[in-house]
Ligand binder design. Structure first.
Ligand code: 1GP
Length: 248
């Protein structure tokens, strides 16, 4: 449980962790090398790699590139069973507990389990919850499941508690990549208060203030992806990392 312990340690030492989602369809090669270096200098705590849909991107090459440029953990964020690679440090073993599509709750996991075992990958069991975010996101469409309404924190609380009681190590509140609105702070707060396991929040976070607001509401890990696909925004990496880490 090296990567899981590492994340708990970051949360303890820095108040929260900041992870960057790398979509291999959107960035690769030299641009990824420069991005990894910018992230490392800015104080990012690790990388998630993957996506709901990989068109032409190469997950393995992206992980190799990140590992060449940084010692930060590479954690697969799998959109499908074929998104597994033995050189990664860990895989978020995500079960879509907000949905009712058995394939995404347990089906794909059974196919992936022997592969994960063979690869000796660290699997971090994560209760993944899609939250309504203004637009239909790729994650929602591909998974064929409806998100939890954003004005129903009680549904999110009950679902997250179920995840905890099933033994999950993290709860991931997901607005979906490119979400119009990020997960509401009231929901982050209600879920974080109800569960004892760390809450991850991602999707549609575009400012350091928004990142910090999630942490102040009780989240322990913030993830951003889209915003840094535009190189012009890289200057703000440190501001995001500081906003996540800073003590009040
Ligand atoms: C990770 O899907 C998110 O949880 C990333 O979302 O690309 O909107 O930052 P963005």
């Amino acid at each position: 449980m090296k990567t899981y312990s590492y994340l708990l340690n970051v949360i303890e030492k820095k108040r929260a962790a900041y992870l960057i989602l790398v979509d291999p369809d959107k960035i690769s090669g030299e641009k990824l090398t420069s991005f990894v270096s910018a992230c490392t200098k800015a104080g990012v705590d690790g990388f998630l790699i993957g996506g709901s849909l990989l068109m032409g991107g190469n997950l393995e090459a992206a992980i190799d590139t990140i590992k060449k440029g940084s010692d930060l953990p590479t954690i697969i964020f799998p959109g499908a069973v074929h998104q597994l690679y033995d050189r990664a440090d860990a895989v978020l073993y995500i079960s879509l507990i907000s949905g009712r599509n058995a394939e995404h709750i347990i089906g794909k996991h059974i196919i992936a389990a022997p592969i994960i075992k063979r690869m000796e990958l660290e699997a971090i069991s994560t209760g993944y919850m899609l939250i309504e975010s203004g637009v239909k996101t790729t994650a929602e469409y591909i998974s064929g499941s409806s998100p939890i309404p954003r004005n129903k924190p009680e549904i999110a609380v009950a679902t997250a508690l179920a995840g905890q009681y099933l033994g999950m190590k993290f709860i991931y509140l997901e607005g979906g990549s490119g979400a119009q609105y990020s997960v509401p702070k009231e929901m982050v707060s209600a879920v974080s208060k109800a569960v004892d396991i760390p809450v991850i929040v991602g999707g549609g976070i575009r400012t350091p203030e928004e990142a910090s607001e999630k942490i102040e509401s009780g989240a322990k890990i913030v993830v951003t992806g889209n915003y840094f696909e535009d190189e012009k925004n890289w200057d703000l990496l440190k501001e995001f990392a500081d906003a996540v880490h800073k003590k009040n």
